[in-house]
Design a protein around this ligand. Structure first.
Ligand SMILES: C[S@@+](CC[C@H](N)C(=O)[O-])C[C@H]1O[C@@H](n2cnc3c(N)ncnc32)[C@H](O)[C@@H]1O
Length: 206
C-alpha cells in the first residue's frame, strides 16, 4: 500500500545537497510562473520549504499554504499562512486567487478531476493554475508514478483533465533532469523528471 508522505523524510531530503539544488531550481521556476503580487494558493505545500523561499524572494505576494496533513503543517514555518485543507474540497470562496500551484501533490489524490476543478473554482477569471508534476514520459517519472494513485496514466490524460477544469489552453514544458540522482538541465520531455503545466482560466473576453 502507498505510504503517506512524511514530514521527517521531506526535512531530510531538503537538507541534502541534491534536495537543496532541487528546491532552488523549483523556486526559480515558481518565480518565473507566479505573479509578482496578488493572492497565491499553494496546494499540498508539505513542510513549506518552497513557500518560505517565495516569502523571502517575493514579499508582495499574499501566499496561503494548504496541506491535508497536520503533520506536514506542524513542520512548516509558523509565520506562513497555513491552512489544513483537502484539495478535493477547498475551504475558499470562488475566484479568490490570482494563481494556484502544486508541486507533486496532485499525484497523491484518487480523484484528481475533483481536485483540479476545486483549484480552478478558487481561481479568478484570468488567474493561472501551475502544476509541477512527475513526468510520465521519462523513466524517472514513470518509476515513481507507478507507485502512486495518479490515475491519469499518460500525459495526455493529465492535460485533458487540466483543460476541462480551467476551460483554458494548457502549456506543457519540461523541467529538471534527475537521472542518477544528479540535477542536470533537462533537454526535452523524454529526460525531464518533472513537467510544468500552466493554464489560465479564461476571462469573459477571452
Ligand atoms: C510529495 S509531498 C510534496 C510537498 C511539497 N509540495 C514539496 O514539493 O515539498 C505531497 C504533499 O501532498 C499532500 N497531500 C496529499 N493528499 C492531499 C490532499 N488530498 N489535499 C491536500 N494535500 C494533500 C501531502 O500531505 C504532502 O504534503
Amino acid at each position: 500500500m502507498m505510504q503517506r508522505p512524511r514530514a521527517d523524510e521531506h526535512e531530510d531530503f531538503y537538507r541534502t545537497s541534491l534536495g537543496k539544488e532541487v528546491l532552488d531550481a523549483e523556486v526559480e521556476l515558481l518565480l518565473d510562473l507566479l505573479p509578482e503580487e496578488g493572492r497565491v494558493l499553494s496546494i499540498g505545500c508539505g513542510i513549506g520549504v518552497h513557500e518560505a523561499a517565495l516569502r523571502e524572494r517575493r514579499p508582495a505576494m499574499d501566499l496561503t499554504c494548504s496541506d491535508l496533513q497536520d503533520e506536514m503543517l506542524r513542520s512548516a514555518p509558523s509565520d506562513l499562512h497555513l491552512v489544513q485543507a483537502d484539495m478535493t474540497v477547498l475551504p475558499f470562496p470562488d475566484g479568490t486567487y490570482d494563481a494556484v500551484y502544486e508541486i507533486t501533490a496532485l499525484v497523491f489524490v484518487h480523484d484528481p478531476e475533483k481536485a483540479l476543478s476545486e483549484m480552478a473554482r478558487v481561481l479568478r477569471p484570468g488567474g493561472s493554475l501551475v502544476l509541477l508534476s512527475l513526468n510520465p514520459l521519462s523513466k524517472w517519472g514513470r518509476d515513481r508514478l507507478g507507485q502512486l494513485p495518479a490515475p491519469w496514466g499518460e500525459l495526455e490524460g493529465l492535460v485533458a483533465m487540466v483543460e476541462a477544469a480551467t476551460g483554458g489552453v494548457v502549456h506543457v514544458d519540461h523541467a529538471l533532469n534527475l537521472e542518477d540522482d544528479v540535477l542536470r538541465e533537462s533537454t526535452g520531455l523524454e529526460d525531464a523528471a518533472l513537467i510544468v503545466l500552466v493554464s489560465q482560466r479564461p476571462t469573459s473576453r477571452s
